[in-house]
Write a protein that binds this ligand. Sequence first.
Ligand code: RB5
Length: 149
Amino acid sequence: MSLVIGADHNGLKLKKIIIEFLKEKNVEYEDLGTKTSEPVDYPDIAKKVASAVAQGKFSRGILICGTGLGMDIAANKVRGIRATVCHDIYSAERSRKSNNAQIMTMGAQIIGPELAKKLVEVWLNSEFEGGRSAPKVRKIMEIEKENFS
Ligand code: RB5
């Protein structure tokens, strides 16, 4: 598993906390920014992270903004990407096991650091189960094929 992480200015503080957590757990990662408190547009960061995952440079990505919503919408516009907001443990687990989401997003204005660390841990330790979920994920990708030029 290779991991890439990104955040806008609203997610910067939580990103730093998550990076410390990844270091503690010996999880390797690449940080694609933002690295200063200067405001940035979340779609720019989402595009960088989601494109890197879609191109196969990384297998998983974490995106953090104020709500997790903008990052989620933007990341899902990159062909091949399944990104899900994860603000509870069950969703974090199912987003991997059922939806095979390669990117998790979180909102730093919504959840606290301890929950965020737990969500990352659960998400990183969950794998796609395939089985009955596989044809459904394939159908999602068919919708994408039909609608993205
Ligand atoms: C700021 O641009 C804010 O909209 C962003 O952090 C995020 O919450 C968007 O969904």
